[in-house]
Design a protein around this ligand. Sequence first.
Ligand code: SF4
Ligand code: SF4
Length: 188
Amino acid sequence: MKMLTETKALNKLRTLKTTYQNLIKTNYEPKAENCEICPTKGACCLDAHFVNVHITRLEAVAVRETLHKLDEEKQKEIYRRAEETIEKYNLKMDGDTFLQTFACPLFEKGVGCLIHREAKPAPCISHACYENQADLPPEILQEQTEKRIENMNKRTYGNAWSWLPLPVWMSLVNPFKEESKNKEINRR
Ligand code: SF4
Ligand code: SF4
């Protein structure tokens, strides 16, 4: 297996996500409801009974790089929100983590998804509200994208690519935490 540097992997990840985002936008979104005029904008990201978005380590680093462009106080606020989300919804790293649901800390009132352009997770790219089930993007498209993401993670960090709830990975790469607390990341 040919390994990748983190920088190279992040570039490849960005290209993959942009390609997937364009594919969904062009072929499926025209039949979806318009988020711009949604009366419950953000309900899809904040529904704590529904959202179980998982990401990998490489995506977590991409999220961190995207947030890094914001001012420091804002970044701290967002990471604090991620820590609070873990506590509030009792998110764990073990067991069937996909059963755990939460309100996403990356949704910002008045702005929307803070990582929309550069680091949006595959399930979020796929998601929209459709009147007809038949108009939804086939699941296989998302599965193929996630397989490619997994592969990039393996080629970057060896087997430490595990899928975890988004707030958990945010906490593991939180640049404002003491180094000792970040040791866990090297175990994964
Ligand atoms: S995905 Fe659905 S709930 Fe979310 S903003 Fe768009 S229309 Fe509204
Ligand atoms: S990552 Fe963005 S699109 Fe996905 S649930 Fe969070 S705020 Fe919503």
